[in-house]
Design a protein around this ligand. Sequence first.
Ligand SMILES: Cc1ncc(COP(=O)(O)O)c(C=O)c1O
Length: 420
Amino acid sequence: MRTSVDVFAKAREHERLAQLREARERDMVPYFRVLEGPTLPVVEMEGSRRIMLGSNNYLGLTGDERVQRGALDALRRYGTGLTGSRFLNGTIDLHLELEDELAQWLGTEAAIVFTTGHQANLGALGTILGPGDTVVADSGDHASILDGCILSRAKLRAFRHNRIDRLEHALERAAADGGGILVVVDGVFSMEGDVAPLPQIAELCERFGARLMGAEAHALGVLGSRGAGTCELLGVEDRVDLRMATFSKSLASCGGVIAGPADVIEFLRIASRPFMFTASAVPAAIGAALAAVRICRSEEGRELFANVLANARYLHRGLDELGFQVVAPTSLPDGTEVVTPVVPVVVGDDWKAALLWKALYDAGVYVNVALHPAVPPAGALLRTSVMATHDQAVLDDALEAFASVKQTFEAEHGELPGRL
Ligand SMILES: Cc1ncc(COP(=O)(O)O)c(C=O)c1O
């Protein structure tokens, strides 16, 4: 018997097809735009100069000579690729140096380097957890965390974003599930740029006997006086069992890391499928990440962390003063505000977000557009982000573009969400 179901049907009939077609016809698809040079504060993109407010190059290190030299030296010494898994022929001394530096930086016993951050999440969660366990995740966690949870086949209990009461409830249920429990949260959430209340989360984990994993993709090289991330900033480094980070943000490269107890890291080396069954990163990526880590750990690191956060504050204030609805920095119980490099502007409607994006793009400013499922339904955002190397004049130019675009946009399409 022949099946009447074509697995390709979803590609040809999905719900966003008509909208995508119209957006394409009007040249307003915000994705896959082509860069024609390096990711710097101002870039060449599709034939024009545009201010880059849509990159995760938070410290601006992709253009740093020392980082580029790290990549070039590695390329010359080890060639273009390693053509094999870390497990077999794909480990070089730079991996070991990098793992050592990262463990020291994060203050853990050991660290393991993966080819990407996505694989680090998959490789840790998919190996540490099994079908008898329960994983409790924030609903705002990155897709790679969710993918790792699914891969593990552990029971997944999601709790409402940053709601400690909901986490407590989820943990009560998880305790009744009868297996081991892991809570996994992003330290800085990638779209809203807000911060997880890690001290309260750690307290609940301790009460329920759960392990805690903190993902520092957007916080490593940014938060804390050592730049070691949210766990450092919030003083919970010794209460978070596993830490994850990626090299594709502040570290100006590509790759991922899991840091934690030596025995757990050793276990990942011999049991983690996303570690063992994929090729090792190209040597240039490892050389660049190692050079970037060394800059972060030097005195210069502190200056860069301070600069990126000062730029975020400046852009946040500027957009707020123009009347945009900007997601507020997280307030800690002691009243201090945690600013992160992610400065999101709330738009709400998907189509309006794409229209506003296009108007800004044409005015010479590139930002990211976040639509559902990256954000909750009807929660479309323009996700702007800054680098330590943006200067104030460039940010002022960007703000000027936002101001003039807002005026013409609202005259044509109605009011955007206003200041809170
Ligand atoms: C919060 C978060 N976690 C994980 C990842 C995955 O990292 P990578 O780009 O290294 O695969 C990303 C990158 O988009 C991210 O934003």
